[in-house]
Design a protein around this ligand. Structure first.
Ligand code: ZN
Length: 325
């Protein structure tokens, strides 16, 4: 992943690209921000940019060095993660030994230490000495939840790169960490504007039911149109779900967007990732334009309900429109 591919985090990205552009690279960076905010991906992206044969303010993503970073086997990139519950002194010593070897090329050596807040005092002291006398040209990227969770002595020797919470992915991950189903967390965060509203949605029983109905409608509508009308009638309008048709339509729009995601290789962003196999087999029965039309139709049906069109009417018209493409 290149720096420019990182979602959100504009401040962190511009800070790093500016450093790369000017060639004023710090010996050590502290990537401080909540889990899920993209710190690890950004660290990998910075490492890739530093090691890239093309230079510039971002990695080219294609040279041998870039590919080695992506495949996790670049000899000048070292990644340290907690061994059990903490980052231990043996790991820092091992890292120092590895970095003392000659570099494979003329460029940088980079090391990333995850969860610096878990570092034992001994490991921290050992790292500190290392940061004070860095074997040039070595770049350290330390990852922590916040500046306050790092020893002040370490903090003073690093350049702070702040990561903000709030991007969808980060919020999705915190819902999962709270114990929400990953599938519902993703669906909710694609519909909600903030963590609180996403959480509320993911906690509703009807939301899980709506998701199932959307899958059924999405599968039936293009090829078994009469069934989809029947499904809408029996599973939505004869039940309590009839109160949530607007949300259902917004979710149905995301189902159609998943068709486009599947066709364009963006499977990781899919909301209905549990349906990826079915979607990959059926997405190509239509063009991207046709799925875009379906998506827009679903959103416009939701808008019509807000403007007091009868929900059942809006839904049935949508199913007719999308069937005909
Ligand atoms: Zn490259």
């Amino acid at each position: 992943m290149r720096i420019s591919d990182i979602p959100g985090q504009e401040r962190a990205k511009s800070l790093l690209r500016q450093a790369l552009r000017s060639g004023r690279i710090a010996h050590a960076y502290l990537f401080a921000g909540p889990s899920g905010s993209g710190r690890h991906d950004t660290a990998m992206a910075l490492a890739q940019a530093l090691l890239c044969e093309q230079g510039g303010d971002d990695a080219c993503g294609e040279c041998l060095a870039c590919r080695k970073v992506s495949h996790g086997n670049h000899p000048d990139l070292h990644l340290v993660k907690p061994d059990g519950a903490s980052v231990k002194i043996e790991q820092i010593r091992e890292l120092q030994r590895e970095l003392s070897y000659r570099t494979s090329g003329a460029g940088y050596k980079v090391y990333i230490i995850e969860a610096v807040e878990t570092m034992t005092v001994q490991a921290g002291n050992s790292l500190l000495k290392f940061l004070e006398e860095p074997p040039s040209p070595v770049v350290a990227i330390l990852i922590a939840p916040g500046a306050q969770s790092v020893l002040p002595t370490l903090l003073s020797r690093t350049q702070l790169v702040p990561f903000v919470p709030g991007d969808r992915e980060a919020m999705e991950e915190s819902l999962i960490a709270e114990g929400k189903s990953p599938l519902l967390a993703r669906a909710a965060m694609n519909l909600a504007s903030g963590l609180a509203s996403g959480r509320a949605l993911a906690e509703e029983n009807w939301f899980a039911e709506i998701r199932n109905v959307v899958i059924q409608l999405g599968r039936e509508n293009p090829t078994r149109f009469p069934w989809s009308l029947l499904t809408a009638q029996q599973k939505i309008f004869k039940t309590d779900l009839s109160e949530h048709v607007e949300t259902l339509l917004q979710l149905l729009a995301l189902w159609y967007r998943d068709m486009i995601y599947s066709m364009t290789g963006r499977d990781k962003q899919m909301v209905f990732s549990d349906q990826a196999d079915w979607i990959s087999q059926h997405a190509w029965t239509r063009t991207i334009e046709a799925w875009t039309f379906a998506m827009e139709s679903a959103l416009s049906a939701a808008r019509r309900i807000r403007a007091h069109v009868a929900p059942q009417l809006a839904m049935e018209q949508l199913l007719v429109n999308v069937r005909e493409g």
